[in-house]
Design a protein around this ligand. Structure first.
Ligand code: URA
Length: 296
């Protein structure tokens, strides 16, 4: 993938409409052989590795699993008002308080197909009771350019057993193509959680803790060249920092674990962009940052 391939990209009508919505016309697009100006203020985060101990108990974005596959005419999303820790905990207390047994990384198979089988039989948390099936991932399983990590399966995904099958997935594909990542780059898609939270509710901290070792093991086995992380919950879990999405965006983190040392870029979840179009321009910048991070 070269930056000159960007200016040569053929846009579909949807991609062109998306870029037009951002105020990006073909003339500007053609100048983006040199995208460095976009990233002049981007920072490289030193050694942000896997420290997923303090997974937060609630998010600042509406959870991706709850967002659309978005209903047209849904009310606009707002940032959650500042909450005390007690309020946050209360908001995420399980209604169905099934005890969670965190998955132990040491027990996980070192083979991707076996790992998928293990995930399919997982009963570590209560989500197994309401899922139709687990959603392990889809795409190139051996050293793809990117592993793209969402939050949790949506409704369609839960039925089909594949990630990003709904409207959020459609927008994701459009964004990746408009930013010149697809179709050149190979991709593996997966999620932080492998089961859909019932009714699309926010994933709970204990569910994230329980499921995260599966994702870490997937990264170690698939060995992508880079990670593109969608949304706040997955970003915090992988960066291992309590921080807002805005604090985590706009920089190239490094994901380091078990011999893997790769760039990781965080951006808005496409489901949240379906509701908050004003963040699409920022997401577009993030995708260019991601492209530049792999090209470097
Ligand atoms: N579908 C997915 O697979 N992941 C998301 O984060 C949202 C929808």
């Amino acid at each position: 993938m070269t930056s000159s391939s960007q200016s040569a990209i053929a846009l579909t009508a949807t991609q062109a409409a998306w870029l037009a919505e951002l105020g990006i016309d073909r003339k500007l697009l053609a100048t983006l052989a040199d995208t460095s100006a976009l990233f002049a203020s981007a920072r490289i985060a030193p050694g942000a590795g896997v420290a997923p101990v303090n997974v937060p108990s609630s998010g600042q974005e509406t959870p991706a699993s709850k967002r659309p596959d978005a209903a047209v005419g849904s009310p606009p999303m707002h940032r959650a008002p500042v909450q005390s820790v007690a309020q946050k905990l209360a908001a995420t207390q399980p209604v169905d308080a099934t005890p969670v047994q965190p998955v132990r990384r040491v027990d996980l198979p070192a083979d991707l197909a076996l790992l998928a089988q293990t995930v399919a039989g997982c009963q570590a948390c209560g989500l197994h009771a309401s899922r139709h099936q687990t959603v392990f991932g889809d795409g190139q399983t051996s050293a793809p350019h990117w592993m793209i990590i969402g939050e949790a399966p949506g409704d369609h995904d839960d039925h089909l057993g594949l990630p990003f099958q709904g409207k959020a997935g459609e927008l994701l594909s459009t964004m990746l193509a408009a930013a010149g990542i697809l179709p050149q780059a190979s991709v593996f898609y997966t999620n932080l959680l492998k089961c859909r939270p019932k009714g699309g509710r926010t994933p709970r901290a204990d569910e994230i803790q329980a499921c995260l070792p599966y994702l870490q093991q997937q990264i170690a086995l698939v060995r992508p060249s880079g990670l593109l992380v969608l949304g706040w919950q997955a970003a915090q879990a992988l960066v291992g920092q309590r921080a807002s999405l805005d604090q985590l965006r706009g920089q190239v983190h490094r994901y380091t674990d078990r011999g893997v040392d790769i760039p990781m870029v965080v951006t808005h979840h496409p489901a949240s962009l379906l509701l908050r179009g004003q963040y699409k321009a920022a997401a577009w910048q993030d995708l260019h940052l991601a492209r530049a991070a792999l090209a470097a």
